[in-house]
Write a protein that binds this ligand. Sequence first.
Ligand code: ARG
Ligand code: ZN
Length: 877
Amino acid sequence: KTIHLKDYREPDYWIDETHLTFELFDDHALVHSRMSIRVNPGEAGDGRPDLVLDGQNLELMSVELDDKRLASGDFQFDENTLSLKPERDTFELAITTRIKPRENTALEGLYQSGSMFCTQCEAEGFRKITYYLDRPDVMSRFTTTVIADKGDYPVLLSNGNPIARGDHDGGRHWVTWEDPFPKPAYLFALVAGDLCLIQDSFTTMSGRTIDLRIYVEPDNREQCGHAMDSLKRSMRWDEEVYGREYDLDIFMIVAVNDFNMGAMENKGLNVFNSSCVLAHPETATDAAFQRVEAVVAHEYFHNWSGNRVTCRDWFQLSLKEGFTVFRDAEFSADMNSATVKRIEDVSFLRANQFAEDAGPMAHPVRPDSFIEISNFYTLTVYEKGAEVVRMLHTLLGPEGFRKGTDLYFDRHDGQAVTCDDFIKALEDANGADFTQFKRWYSQAGTPRLNAEGRWDAATGTFSLLFRQSCPPTPGQSEKLPFVIPVRMALLDGEGNEMPLRLAGEDGERGSETVLSITEAEQLFTFTDLSEEPLPSLLRGFSAPVKLIYPYHRDDRVFLAKNDPDGFNRWEAAQSLAVDVLQGLVEIHVAGRPLMMDQRLIDVYRTVLGDDSLDPAMVAEIIRLPSEAYLVELAEQADIDAIHIVRDWVRHTLAVTLEEQLWSIYRRLDERIPYSAEAVQFARRSLKNTVLGYLMLTESQDALSACVRQFVEANNMTDRQAALVALVNSPFDDQKRAALTEFAERWKDYPLVMDQWFSIQASAAQPGGLERVQELMEHPAFTLRNPNKVRSLIGAFASQNLINFHRSDGEGYRFLADQILLLDGTNPQIASRLMTPLSRWRKYDPARQNLMKRELSRIMGKPELSPDVFEVVSKSLA
Ligand code: ARG
Ligand code: ZN
């Protein structure tokens, strides 16, 4: 059943108070709710409407209306609802349900992860706990009492502050929590378990002391320091940059091993996938450290952008997610290298979100319909949504943007609002008009921005003509022009920025400016130029578009070496590499011999030799564009050719630059005490990128350096990089030895074993599918744990393109088999795995047929979940 934004109306009833009591037992839980309900006068019309509560997989034990037990004829219920006819405008409704958390493999609602109980209610999981108005515009004050065995579950948590506790007979105990802030049910949380506590405190800008707590299983106690530090930095940053102070006296994070997503911002009680909390140098890579910092910040920032001000309905999801991703990205940029963070995010967006925009699931940042909301926690809503907020920030400038967010938080505190309300606050605070800009929320697809420059030597003018268009997407054949902010500069022959004067304008624009493209076709003329400039366009990726400018390869070389803007230096090198690779793919397909363009080598040589550059930047610049990005860029992707050519270029670069790579590796391979700081992240990033290249030369020296690094590393980043290089090398003995040793040493560390699975699942050597099938039998693997599924099956299907797309279609069949299995236990995870198959139109006719065959097979399964049904039916449409 499809839900439409245009059908939104306010709820018939409000729930002012919600009192919950959970009795937890080994094989079931009893949930007693008592709600103070009031009719919504705006919606009542003639006569009082029925009260229709949401509920799923619940065993209904009793219903009491104003303390009178209702007989079974007094209410009606079916699979998804409980309805009754209230006799008064305000009343108290008490309901008892019985649920089976241990059998809840979908990990939505109340479930068991290992020996603990935990919840995940966003988006519509609360209805699997009790009957309720499970929609974000119904905000209620919650108190929660949890009762459980004291020995097995010494820790009992819920939202807000603990206000009472005590013991019962029979070894049971209870704790009552009160959350003073009204909230929608999706922010409810409960945790019960035998957990250990890491504690710290934070003093807010107004001088209040907040009790900070991270709860983990006792084995993981040593791995929480980084998350705690990240939390304190996030709290300080949100005060400094957004003026947002924390509001409760206690803030808790709990790590759980079985979790569908990264983490969840439940009020005062964030529940995290343990992969986004735990970090220790011995077990976590630098990338994991940075992910922990980013996710801790993201969930913390939701306390204002999401909880204090929440979403009216799920079509507005990007209101909180796009904004909060923008906030966490700016935070990470401030904590680490801002340029490198931006490069990582842009590469990710282009390879993945652009592909989503071009596929059958394409949707606007604010979708207008869905079948299953869980399918819309997408790269478009999150990452593109963040780009949209970033553009608003660019257009208003930091101060204007801050004025706007101050007004937004002030005006809408305690409310459930829409993306329009957010924009309105930014407009009102700045006297701006974003009417046209809002098309970014309603039109799907990645806009193309064609630009052309014309130099007129006689008049000293340079004109830039922009043309924008946007390809059709499902349900949207025609698009209106977007507002596209283009941050840019003009460079002279030395690479210096030239003063910018625009024809028709009085003043000067300095050396860098933001052009606002609003028309389908628009011309800007720069005057008073002393020589022909080279434009540096879309700096910092100021808009999520595909910019096409007819640069010559020599121009890209010049920009890669000279652009004063770090991001655009990377961009120039990247686009040069794309151009070279695409050219070679054509040559390869035509059956002609491959020849390296020396200019790419020249750029890499220069960058590798530039000691003034941040080593992390160097690492980014010498990383070739991913296969996934090359697939996205292709009209119809020849995955074999892309793989062969990219591999050949990597080998050629390695062999040609070998000497220089060695000198960098030796310089950076120093024995220094480990620290989780940006300077060291940067050095390790370059060292390990270089090691990867050196291993491609297949020399004995490279092999011994790699083996030595694997054995002697004092941190997981270096150890894992060495393992990756070995696994992707032809040195079979050393590879096997390293894999065995690694698994033996880390078998009791699930997150490290996830890495071990994913490294092997991603390896491009032939026989990848058989390796993955074998690994499915490994004792550490289980389909019940989402992290394991992602690290083995997910990594294979999305990182190992050459093996997944093997021409006999066995990769597709394998994935479809797993999806069908998982659909019965965890539909959200099954649905996520659909992505690679949904992109079938990108490939050749033979592969298209094989992929469609698997899609049809999935479509044919009786009782398919709505999650998988939505993706498979839209993919085949
Ligand atoms: N709000 C969470 C976050 O982005 C994500 C929760 C997603 N849950 C889901 N079932 N799709 O921080
Ligand atoms: Zn979020």
